[in-house]
Structures are given as structure tokens and as C-alpha cells.
Design a protein around this ligand. Structure first.
Ligand SMILES: [Fe+2]
Length: 235
């Protein structure tokens, strides 16, 4: 995603009450700033915190299913997501009274940084698209009440690209439906910032060398944010 995207969002994360140094020192200070809450609507914080806990639980359970699918211990990822820096983003895609600039989208093509993303989004004009293995953008139109789950960059690193992160974007509505607004809520499930991401033992071997050096998640994420901003400035 880049700063040219046509979206408005609020992006709170967890509210740790623990005093572990990983929350307060080094990168911890970057990832655990206090959340800011609007005064309206009333009850937003309470609803968010319940939703955050519920989605975090689903994400953690999916990681255990992922571990089984990869042929490793079911609990392999547990200690890597215990002090997760997961956060939620509430996205509002505004009506487009004025036509977007050439190449400008609601959200430009990107992959998500973390382990997996659980998305709840309205099926309205100007929605989500995913890039298929056949090289085509396809509309993602979940039925009401369904979640969309994206694989994030860390699963690609852990699996040596056996699973690749999902390239996706949010397109503009057709001009005939430019009044269409859209809401979505994305839960970005992520490891702890100090967790080292290293290829799992079942995803490399003779003829399949390790493609990526070990990296801590915080360093990876910081590097990706910086490089995306440099690319924009050079565009
Ligand atoms: Fe995304």
C-alpha cells in the first residue's frame, strides 16, 4: 500500500499491560504506542477489544493448522506469536466525486507483511482483487458473513516460498457508481517484533536451498516500510 492510496483508516493494535522489555525497549517502542480512540461512536473501544481478542484467537488457531499442513509440530508457531504485534485497520473508501488520477487506486497492489490477514469487507463496487497464479486480477467477492484470509510475507519466508504471500489491491468503483463507499476491517496477524523468521525444516533440502537469510520480524517490517516509501519518492 502507498501514500497515494485513496483511503482513510484507523489502525489500533493490542494494549499490553505487561511490563516485558520487548514492549518498552528497542523496536518495542515503535510497535506498542498507546492506542488513540475517537470519542464517537460510543463503545468503539470495547467492541474493538472484543473483536481483537476473537480474531487473534482465530489467527492463532490457523497458525496451528498451518503447522500441521507443513508437517511440523502443531505448536511450532506458538512461542513466535505469543507477544504478537497484530493490529487491526478500519478502512473507509470514500465516494469518488472526482475521478482518480491515472494509476491511482483505493489501495495499490501489495502483499501484507505478517503471517496472515483476516479481512471482513463489504461487497460493494470498488472492492478487493487478488492476483492469480495465471497472472490475472480476479475479484474477491465473499458471501455475507464470510472472512477472506490472505497469506502474508512471513509465511513465504518460513515456507521458502512453498506458500507465497497474496498480491492484492483495492480497485476504484466504475465512474457510474462513483458514490459507492466501502468499509472493511482487516486483522493483520503478526509474530512478535523480536522473533527470528527462519525457514522451517520441512521446506528445504537437496535441490531446494534456503532462499532467505534469517531475519527478525521487526527488522523485516521496518525495511519494507522504508523501501516502499523510497520507491514512491522516486516515482
Ligand atoms: Fe493488504
Amino acid at each position: 500500500m502507498n501514500r497515494k492510496d485513496i483511503e482513510d483508516h484507523h489502525s489500533p493494535g493490542s494494549s499490553p499491560t505487561l511490563t516485558f522489555s520487548c514492549y518498552t525497549e528497542g523496536h518495542g517502542k515503535d510497535f506498542f504506542s498507546p492506542n488513540l480512540w475517537p470519542e464517537r461512536p460510543a463503545g468503539m473501544r470495547k467492541a474493538f477489544e472484543a473483536y481483537y481478542r476473537a480474531l487473534g484467537g482465530i489467527g492463532d488457531e490457523l497458525m496451528r493448522i498451518f503447522a500441521l499442513a507443513l508437517g511440523i509440530d502443531e505448536r511450532f508457531f506458538d512461542d513466535k506469536i505469543t507477544r504478537s504485534i497484530s493490529h487491526i485497520r478500519f478502512n473507509k473508501y470514500m465516494a469518488q466525486k472526482e475521478a482518480p488520477l491515472p494509476g491511482q487506486l483505493r489501495a495499490g497492489a501489495h502483499t501484507d507483511y505478517g503471517t496472515l490477514t483476516i479481512l471482513y469487507g463489504e461487497d460493494r463496487p470498488g472492492g478487493l482483487q487478488a492476483f492469480s497464479p495465471d497472472g490475472e486480477w480476479i475479484d474477491v467477492r465473499p458471501p455475507p458473513g464470510a472472512f477472506v484470509v490472505n497469506i502474508g510475507d512471513m509465511m513465504a519466508r518460513w515456507t521458502n516460498d512453498r506458500w507465497v504471500s497474496t498480491l492484492h489491491r483495492v480497485v476504484n468503483p466504475p465512474r457510474s457508481e462513483h458514490r459507492a463507499e466501502r468499509l472493511s476491517i482487516a486483522f493483520f496477524h503478526q509474530p512478535g517484533h523480536d522473533v527470528e523468521i527462519r525457514c522451517v525444516e520441512t521446506c528445504h533440502g537437496p535441490g531446494n536451498p534456503v532462499r532467505y537469510p534469517p531475519v527478525t520480524y521487526g527488522d523485516y517490517r521496518f525495511g519494507k516500510v522504508v523501501s516502499s516509501r523510497i520507491e514512491e519518492d522516486e516515482a
